[in-house]
Design a protein around this ligand. Sequence first.
Ligand code: PLP
Length: 362
Amino acid sequence: MSNEQLDNRVTQLVRPEIRAINAYHVPPAQGMVKLDAMENPYRWPEDMRKQWTERLEEAELNRYPLPGADGVKLKLRQAMQIPEHYELMLGNGSDELIQIMAMAVAGSKRGILAPEPGFVMYSMIAKFLGLPYTGVPLTDDYELDLEAMLKAIDQEDPALIFLAQPNNPTGNLWGEEKIRRIIEASRGLVVIDEAYMAFTDSDLLPLLNDYNNVVVMRTLSKVGLAGLRLGILIGSNAWLNEFDKIRLPYNIGVLTQVSAEFALDHFDVLKGQTDQLRQDRETLFQALNAIEGFQPWPSEANFILVKVPTGRAAEIHSALKEQNILIKILDGAHPLLKDCLRITVSTPDENQALLNALKSIV
Ligand SMILES: *Cc1c(COP(=O)(O)O)cnc(C)c1O
């Protein structure tokens, strides 16, 4: 069969909107100072790594994992102080939880709505499933445009609304009052995405007590376990029982369960690391603010959005890459992100390396 025939077959079979997607791009990072993906730069102390590998040795890879990962859930409840009366569901990262919720509502005419710029997986997953997607622009200073949100909710009647608090890539909080207004206006389910909870005092979990159309999503990725892939959905039985039907039975593997339980037994170590990053975020913010023409945005997450002098984002991004430092360029991703770069807060040494490089470039 010729290449052309093969192409024809693929074209006929795969939906046009899928063929039009640019695959999610992860840049090569071997040997780089990695400040692009909100990872925790700290590893575990050596004795802890040793205890972990001992636990792994006991893991029974010949057996299927516990389907509900109950041991992990119990420890998550303790570590994150999640009250008894809320149900938990785990995903292979919160990405999988977003996908599960979207699958549960797919097929109706109602879609997904989220403020923009925001987390890209909300719109990508909508596209994968053929769901309508509405992005509502934030204001010029990245606040929620409540009027525009309420209007869009009224017009689109979305099945799912995603609100990341703090928001990625802007790093800010929008205030509980506006969030409440959106929940009250929505006939659909509002998902509060608290991926960055370790880096803020904000905690919107109590909203679950006041509304029956809210669930809260969290993850271990930004706490220091990005490689593990463990996302957490918290909400009432009524929602989670339905979503759980769509979850593939063994989505959390044996190695993940053993490792997550171990990590949660040592949550104080992770907390020490994220507290350190929180402190170093302020130092980095001040230093970025002192660079001529740079405008960093105050952040409640483990990254800082920076507006650089007009037209220079791409040049600064690639000059840093030349010096083995990887950050995220956002210029071009959304009109409100013109001239913007996003920098993950790292160790004092790596932050300093970044600042030195930036000073040599600008
Ligand atoms: C990083 C991030 C996530 C985490 O996704 P995982 O699949 O759990 O790694 C979720 N939401 C937002 C807003 C994020 O920035």
